[in-house]
Design a protein. Structure first.
Lengths: 84, 260
């Protein structure tokens, strides 16, 4: 193995280019896959928001406001925003 | 909460990454021994450094979680480790490509730096299954924090052990940047900042997305009236941490106890 790891001459540009391109494409692909996953999540959130909007419109049309109750998820409720 | 400053951070990341790429391909000189192949150095090494620092950051956040019992620290620790694993995949792939171009082999088993990084990566690869194996969210968070701290302590120890080993075949970076010519050193530092910014931005995106989902769930419960019982909703088994704040959990339990 020592022979393999010994100093080897630099690859010419036309040979090294594909390895360098490969490495940078890997980074780009990782970011792209992550962005694609985030886009799917965003689509899901948008769909759920639409459902909730429809639910709210239905409640308002029926003449009743949303139930006045604690959410149970205090981390995400604004501090001091408890309804009277 | 988590989305604050995300826009500025995203813009900075794109700007620094673009600058880093420009410096790599138009400014940094070709290395005498490896030639053009050495350009992989500017992506592989920052990815490795940021991934390892991310594991340590995850451990520090886990300490905070055990100290304060605040689930948001568990969430941060989870996201830091999750993102470091992704960056770890990038490190292993880019390293293998470099090894193939430089040594003619995709992987060399008797090279301590490569194998030690693989060991750290495989150690952290068990983090998600560990979380998934525990159903109770509080116990899951506690055990995951203990794991993150233990594994986090292993990272610098592993790094030092590799440094002390005699087989100095892998190119040295930390401690020898002073030997780099100024244009190369500048390019490396900008690349490192760019990758670190990318890591931070992606972590913030992840946290914001999880936060938004939790808010939606809370809103849905409120609108459908399920929130009237104020009892924490039992989730399906998941490796992702619970995001319920302890104060809210206590309020919810007290409200449920009062029969509201």
């Amino acid at each position: 193995m020592g022979g393999v790891l010994a100093e080897v001459p630099a690859l010419p540009l036309h040979e090294a280019g594909k390895y360098v391109a490969g490495a940078y494409v890997v980074l780009f692909a990782l970011v792209l896959i992550y962005v694609a996953i985030m886009a799917i999540r965003l689509g899901r959130i948008e769909r759920e928001l639409g459902e909730l909007l429809e639910l709210t419109e239905g409640t308002v049309a029926a003449g009743a406001g949303p139930p006045d109750s604690p959410t149970g998820d205090g981390e995400f409720a604004r501090p001091g925003a408890t309804s009277a | 909460m988590y989305g604050k400053g995300l826009r500025a951070l995203s813009i900075s990341t794109v700007a620094v990454m673009t600058a880093a790429l420009a410096l790599v391909f138009f400014y940094a000189p070709l290395e005498a021994e490896q030639g053009f192949l050495q350009k992989i150095f500017y992506v592989h090494v920052p990815l490795a450094i940021v991934a390892l620092c991310g594991f340590i950051a995850g451990a520090i956040m886990a300490i905070q979680h055990l100290r304060t019992r605040d689930p948001s620290w568990d969430m941060r620790s989870y996201v830091a480790i999750h993102m470091s694993l992704i960056f770890g995949v990038g490190t292993l792939i880019t390293g293998s490509i470099w090894a193939k171009g430089s040594w003619g082999h995709w992987w060399v088993w008797d090279e301590p730096t490569l194998v030690s990084f693989l060991i750290v990566f495989l150690l952290y690869a068990t983090y998600q299954p560990l979380r998934f194996a525990i159903e109770d969210p509080e116990r899951q968070a506690r055990y995951a924090s203990v794991f993150a701290i233990t594994a986090g302590a292993f990272v610098p120890l592993n790094f030092i052990a590799v440094r002390l080993s005699t087989a100095y075949v892998h190119p040295r970076v930390l401690g020898s940047t002073s030997n780099l010519p100024a244009p190369m050193a500048l390019t490396f530092v900008v690349s490192l900042i760019g990758i670190a910014l990318l890591y931070t931005t992606l972590c913030k995106y992840e946290l914001t997305a999880k936060h938004a989902r939790a808010q939606l769930r809370a809103l849905r419960r409120r609108l459908t009236g399920d929130g009237a019982t104020a009892a924490p909703v039992r989730r399906g088994r998941s490796a992702a941490p619970s995001t319920l704040h302890p104060a809210a959990m206590m309020t919810a339990r007290m409200t449920a106890k009062d029969g509201l």
